[in-house]
Write a protein that binds this ligand. Structure first.
Ligand code: NAP
Length: 464
């Protein structure tokens, strides 16, 4: 049995590695997801079979099978129902479950350990349990914030409580190890679990609601670390490797998101935007806004040779990706060259726009990275900005006082003509005015992305 277990774990590990590799390419992402899922299924089957082999049907096995079945059905339903714009909520919810598991495993395992146990093993158990508890409560708060049910709480009391909780989590195990504090393992586990749950709450409460994708990615990596530590506790190689993959991928993703926003992780965690207060920059009333109409835009498009479509969060909100693809097709049928220019943090999660456009069967060759196109932006007759704001804001390059100064942007303003499709004059995620809207070559089509695209497509059909 142990050979079968080891070979299966090895195959599962390979599937995780290949799956992760494939996830970095939009064409292979689905296959990667499937492979990693199959690897995980194999790991679960052999672990359960290995644990219950030759023991017949026990209550534990029945409970486990019911739990796996219920978890599969509920998880599948939730994933099927979740809209793309709500994906970060779903991830935070699933992550809370992972953290909760590590917390429960820590508590259960503590009951098995007796007085003469090895302190190093106890510290591993305590660390896994504390990280799991922090990740559990932190993810629940992140979920509530994303769902708009919890506001930011950046009060002094919350910040002080967060520091006290963090120091207690570090100092209590040290004091117990050096016998300055006398606690049984179970007492220590219960006290630390309570403090870690509190820490998760006060850690996430002050962070800006819009920074939640970064926080969720960080908490996700913490859950990975907790799983790896639990794997050490249970001498389970697949838990260790799976946890390490999740932990390291989460850290890399967190840092990539911060880099693409030109903000330090500390800045995000402290809930700060650098520079002036969010909201600085030229006021909308001071800008010369030039509204345009669906008819005017369609006519201009009909005479264009090369078009850049720049999608943003608003496209996802409007669920207008299919219409976007239709617009591309109709323009191409008229001999226009069309590219989608993608900013790495457009939308609300990494790869948001790629996934959205893939849903509408937009060919991957049409998608251009920001860096690929920026130097060539002047060659586009028109840049159509659909529901994007911060990622095309020239203030990031030109206004050293702007909170987003230094963030790489798509240089839409360099195109011969720019049309921004949005519903009104709302600011983007960073809460700053967009100086692009006042540029000479820029006009705004005030409409929901779906309504606007529908109108443009109908007009273009009528233009021979
Ligand atoms: P954005 O700056 O948030 O702007 C979105 C714009 O879409 C808004 O100004 C809004 O204006 C418009 N909009 C909303 N609903 C619309 C609809 N139905 N139809 C048409 N327009 C609509 O979006 P972005 O340019 O994509 O930038 C993303 C931001 O999120 C960046 O600041 C980035 O740093 C941040 N962020 C991204 C990630 C990530 O991983 N992708 C993670 C964390 C943070 P109206 O209300 O006036 O229509």
């Amino acid at each position: 049995m142990s050979t079968i277990l080891e070979v299966s774990y090895f195959l599962s590990m390979i599937s995780f590695i290949v799956g992760l590799k494939y996830l970095s390419s939009p064409q292979k992402a689905k296959l990667g997801n499937l492979l990693a899922g199959l690897g995980m299924t194999l790991a679960i089957i052999v672990t359960v079979t290995g644990s219950f082999y030759g023991k017949g049907f026990s209550l534990n096995l029945i409970l486990l099978l019911i739990a796996v079945f219920a978890g599969t059905v509920i998880g599948k339903r939730m994933a099927d129902k979740a809209e793309m714009t709500r994906m970060p909520q779903l991830v935070s919810y699933f992550n809370a479950m992972g953290g909760g598991c590590a917390l429960l495993l820590g508590i259960l395992e503590a009951q098995q350990v007796h007085g003469d146990s090895n302190r190093t093993a106890e510290v591993v158990l305590l660390t896994a349990m504390m990280i799991g508890a922090t990740s559990f409560s932190g993810s629940i708060i992140a979920y509530l914030k994303l769902a708009g049910k919890q506001k930011d709480q950046k009060t002094l009391a919350v910040v002080v409580l967060s520091r006290i909780a963090l120091f207690s989590l570090i100092l209590i195990p040290v004091f117990v190890s050096y016998q300055f504090l006398s606690l049984t393992l179970m007492q220590e586990v219960c006290i630390l679990a309570g403090i870690a749950l509190l820490y998760g709450i006060v850690f996430v409460l002050p962070i800006g609601g819009a920074d939640m994708p970064v926080v969720i990615s960080l908490l996700n990596s913490l859950t990975g670390v907790a799983t790896a530590l639990a794997g050490i506790m249970f001498h389970n190689i697949i838990m260790i490797s799976g946890g390490i993959f999740v932990g390291s991928a989460g850290v890399l993703l967190t840092l990539l998101m911060c880099k693409a926003m030109n903000r330090s992780l500390w800045n995000v965690l402290a809930g700060k935007f650098k520079g002036k207060k969010a909201g600085s920059g030229a006021a909308a009333e001071e800008m010369d806004i030039k509204p345009t109409s669906i008819g005017e835009m369609a006519t201009n498009l009909a005479f264009a040779n090369k078009i850049a479509i720049i999608p943003g969060y608003g496209l996802a909100v409007a669920q207008a990706q299919h219409l976007c693809a239709q617009l591309e097709n109709i323009l191409e049928s008229k001999g226009v060259e069309v590219h989608y220019v993608i900013h790495p943090v457009a939308g609300r999660m990494p790869g948001h726009m790629n996934v959205l456009l893939a849903e509408a069967d937009v060919h991957y060759d049409k998608l251009k990275e920001m860096e690929e196109v920026n130097d060539d932006m002047a060659s586009y007759d028109m840049a159509i900005v659909i529901g994007a704001n911060d990622v095309v804001n020239p203030a990031a390059e030109k206004d050293a006082d702007s909170p987003i100064y230094g963030m790489p942007i798509i240089k839409a303003y360099e195109a011969k003509q720019v049309v921004v499709i949005k519903r009104g004059m709302s600011k983007g995620y960073a809460g700053v005015e967009n100086s692009l809207f006042g540029e000479e070559n820029c006009s705004l089509l005030f409409a929901d992305a779906k309504v606007a695209l529908n109108g443009i497509i109908n007009e273009l059909k009528n233009i021979a």
